[in-house]
Design a binder for this molecule. Structure first.
Ligand SMILES: Nc1ncnc2c1ncn2[C@@H]1O[C@H](COP(=O)(O)OP(=O)(O)OP(=O)(O)O)[C@@H](O)[C@H]1O
Length: 249
């Protein structure tokens, strides 16, 4: 569902969210980063996390994906408690993750990277790979090339496609536009919307807050490890205080 749809289902709606993070504390070693953080993602929606450097946005995704164990609170996906589960089990549950950096294996071909994305599947990968090649023609052209030969934007598309091999219900994406030229970033955002249009709910961290919110249904502003503001994405974009404090005026 895109931000332009009229029948938006938002995190504030009555429907049970597909993903929820409730009163979570989390961090690295004994350094606490997330402090009583609560947010949710409605089925079919794009929600965007924005906020200053170091606010804890990436830490939210890492905690949802099991790379960090919540110290307190609950992470629930499709009604099941996934807090503290291992990432490979969370992938099998139906949650995918596209990290910000080092998200492809440069020494492997495009096809090998995609197959790596499906190691947790026991069925035949060919049908899903064919669908992904249809959706991302660039990957078809380059299927036998090493991923190290791809540009930054192309790598981002590959990382994205690799996460889709598992056909996740929810995709966590960390800064899809990081390091990309504006035109390339726009293409990646179009891919994010296209995947969402096919039914995958997306929780995305984006440094380019205005752009991220403009393709999202709902938004959260994180500051110092907790939610400072939340609203429908358009509401955050129109909020003068949010704009002044977090969106560069
Ligand atoms: N592996 C780590 N070990 C220790 N501290 C870390 C680690 N990764 C991040 N941190 C710290 O956690 C805090 C939150 O980092 P996080 O990456 O979640 O922020 P962010 O909001 O995503 O910001 P950015 O846009 O800069 O990535 C920061 O103070 C950061 O220094």
């Amino acid at each position: 569902m895109s931000a332009n749809d009229t029948d938006q289902q938002t995190a504030g709606g009555d429907d049970e969210p597909i993903l929820s993070v409730e009163a979570v504390d989390s961090g690295y070693g004994d350094v606490q980063v997330l402090d009583d953080l609560t947010l949710s993602l409605a089925d079919g929606e794009i929600a965007c996390l924005v906020g200053p450097n170091g606010a804890g946005k990436s830490t939210v995704l890492k905690t949802v994906f099991g790379l960090l164990t919540p110290w307190e609170g609950q992470v629930t996906f499709a009604g099941r408690d996934i807090g503290g589960m291992a990432p490979e089990d969370i992938v099998r549950e139906g949650v995918g993750y596209v990290p910000q950096t080092e998200n492809v294996f440069g020494s492997l071909t495009i096809e090998e990277n995609l197959k790596m994305g499906g190691v947790a599947r026991s069925d035949d990968l060919e049908p899903v790979l064919d669908q992904l090649y249809d959706r991302f023609p660039l990957l078809t052209e380059k299927r036998n090339a090493k991923a190290s030969t791809l540009s930054g934007g192309q790598r981002q598309v590959l990382a994205f496609a690799r996460a889709l091999v598992m056909e996740p219900e929810v995709l966590l994406i960390d800064e899809p536009s990081a390091g990309l030229a504006p035109n390339t970033a726009d293409e990646v955002f179009e891919d994010v919307q296209a995947v969402n249009d096919l039914g995958t709910a997306i929780l995305m961290v984006e440094q380019n807050a205005r752009k991220g919110l403009s393709i999202s249904d709902y938004g959260y502003v994180l500051d110092q490890g907790t939610v400072a503001y939340e609203d429908e994405a358009d509401g955050l974009l129109d909020n003068p205080e949010v704009s002044r404090l977090y969106l560069g005026g």
